[in-house]
Ligand binder design. Sequence first.
Ligand code: ARG
Ligand code: ZN
Length: 866
Amino acid sequence: KTIYLKDYKPAEFIVDRVDLTFDIKDNQTKVTSILNIHKNFDIADKNTSLVFDKGDFEISSVIANGMLLLPEEYESGGGYFKLARTPDIFDLEIISILKPEENTSLEGLYKSGDIFCTQCEAQGFRKITPFPDRPDIMAVYSCTIIADKTQYPVLLSNGNLVDSGDLDNNRHFVRWEDPFKKPSYLFALVAGDLEHIHDQFTTKSGRNVDLKIYSERENIDKCYHAMKSLKQAMEWDEKRFGLEYDLDLYQIVAINDFNAGAMENKGLNIFNSKYVLANPETATDEDFLNIQGVIGHEYFHNWTGNRVTLKNWFQLSLKEGLTVFRDQEFSSDLNSRGVKRISCVRNLRGSQFPEDAGPMTHPVRPDSYIKMDNFYTMTVYEKGSELIRMIHQLIGEKKFRKAIDLYFEKFDGMAVTIEDFIGVMEEAGGLDLNQFKLWYFQSGTPTVKVERSYNPDLKQLAITFEQHIAPDRNQSKKKPLHIPVKFAIIDNKGNDITPESKSLLELTSGRQTFVFGNIPENSLPSLFRQFSAPVKIKTDFTNEELAFLMANDPDEFNRWDAAQTLFVNELKRIITAIQADKELSVSPNLIKAFKKALLNQHTDHAFLAKALSLPMETEIKNHFDLVDVHAIHRGRLFLKQQIAKQLKQHFMDLIDYCSKSDPLSLSHGAMADRSLKNLSLSYLGCLKETDTTQLVLRHYATAKNMTDEIAAFKILSEIHPDIKQTAVKNFYSKWQHDKLVLDKWFAVQAGSSLPNTLNIVKSLIKHPDFSIKNPNKVRSLIYMFAMQNHINFHQKNGDGYRFIADQIIALDKINHQIAARLSSCFNQMKRYDNARKIIIKKELERILCVPTLSKNVYEIVSRALE
Ligand code: ARG
Ligand code: ZN
């Protein structure tokens, strides 16, 4: 059942050409696949039989080299299609009958509303036709689509449109040819009654590219931001990486039912509509930025993923880590670099670190999997991109660019490995990455402990770094990693006094000491600037020193990080006091530091909003070995209310000040003002006093964009059940026609920390606008509750656990991938008390007993129980 990297073998049969015809009719789609095949004599011999991957569908005929085969001349079933004997070179024609209308897995060919579409990554192509469904089989594809002209006027596939015409019975056909060789996971087809917007981009070498974005007719006016983002991405990739688009047409289609965020199919990206559709009335500032990032991500895959692809799925991070790095750089170059970095690190610490410390821990390049879909993880994507970022840091932008050039020079059109990538980085970077490589093969987050000692007589500052990675299921002994520490020393006025050429320290052994001379007393090191390595940093700074760094470190990321560490220290103190039943207080120094930051006129408001946000309960829990659910909830609320109470007037003033910017502008300044205003509003709202509640209600009622509207709605949903219910009704009556806005409506309700939330979620499952078949709805309601609503999911009586287990079981009958994602909410169980652990264990065992359980859910749940 488990697939191992060590068992990788090249394919025995190679497919050079694929010609597909889809004949789409109600309740049945006939797929004719004609393959040009040759035997790979490097590995096969005369007697080797052909075995292709095959999903669960009916084959209606097989023709090999023009000869019709009898059903007893081939085997079909159990996931395979087999021909005992074949010529060395031959054409194979297979006709399959699919039922896309019944395909709720949303992989292979399926229907989303009235639109036919495909999702083939990782292993969905085998659900369309028998095929060697692996990324190292690269072939040239053509695709003919035949369908009813009224119901399906738009018929799309990869590459260029080469022919089209009318047929009898109101039917028509379109033929597409993709000149580039590609693996099967990049194949795509769309058929439907779609509207589109059109634009153009001229590449720097003069190619005129038509850009088309398709959506359902009613949403077409929400596609312009995506189009703008696409053009920004094309321009940026030329400037920063010298990479141009390579076809005359680039198409994007927005689909409502989609398992992932989007898919980079050659020349025909298919997107979750959440990452395409936006206008200020219906989408938040965060949505706008996410769309820009995801449009960029899929566009950048055209080179990092499509032109150079993967030898096998274990190499997934070769394309994903690199492409995430590229999309992060894109967003950083176009918006605020510091603010983007803070969001990425928060995401990494909040989700990847826990993943790497839990049962699903795996190296960035995994060694094995049961279902590949379970390895589209934070580790492969986000940690993977951190590894690229470290290499970039170590060799510098110029050499990195040279290395990327070399990567395409050597590997264009090929399916390669992470080692191949590291090879070009070493060659062009002039650097030995032998130890660095371990980052790809060892799992777990290193902890780096930093200790200072100062010798006033010698004016010497010594800094000792100790790195440690706990053993786990993948390696019982971990080797020390090569860790870059971006570094500076600042004196007690905040001036940079870093000794020359010491701004990048490189850790390579378990324990290392660096000594710096000529350092005045009370200077402070600024460590891991911009978060230069994905490690847990344990420093010995006092709260006074942290407050100084929060105000004075020239590195924006470190100012934010110092603020967060201050908060965490304070929260830990408060939570301990709650557990000991002592009187609670907030340290005046924390309030002072907070106030100072709040009143600093010169700070970017977007940064300030990030710096002054308290960590969420799901983040706070990561700082405890044993999680006390209630104490964390109470402690956080107490701290928030104390800050709000003591700085009430300042928050009021800021809200007025920030309300002046244009509510419909998407400039950085306007978005920054909104984020600070809404943060201030959330501090005030948590006081639950008459005047503050009135203020939030007023902001809710007068909001002119979704950012403000949803922010106020969220705050109201925490104040009181009646206030929440009124807002819930009002919001619904205003937005019931808009699917994506309703996702937010579900999410706010599922995220509320008010008591009765579980019952409300249970009743929302039956709401006519909810559908368990739509992944966005499942994520908004069920996943939101399980992953973000710490206090209610982990309620002591176990009702939250039982409910989610029921949902996993129900969902697994419909969509294995989404059910498996949801199952991962139990991966943190070891951090909770015994009573909770026992209930979780029982629920996981109940899931494992389901006779029809998917491999996807099995893999996650069995690991959680290990
Ligand atoms: N390659 C896509 C992207 O990163 C995601 C595909 C997700 N597939 C999956 N089986 N989870 O843009
Ligand atoms: Zn990707």
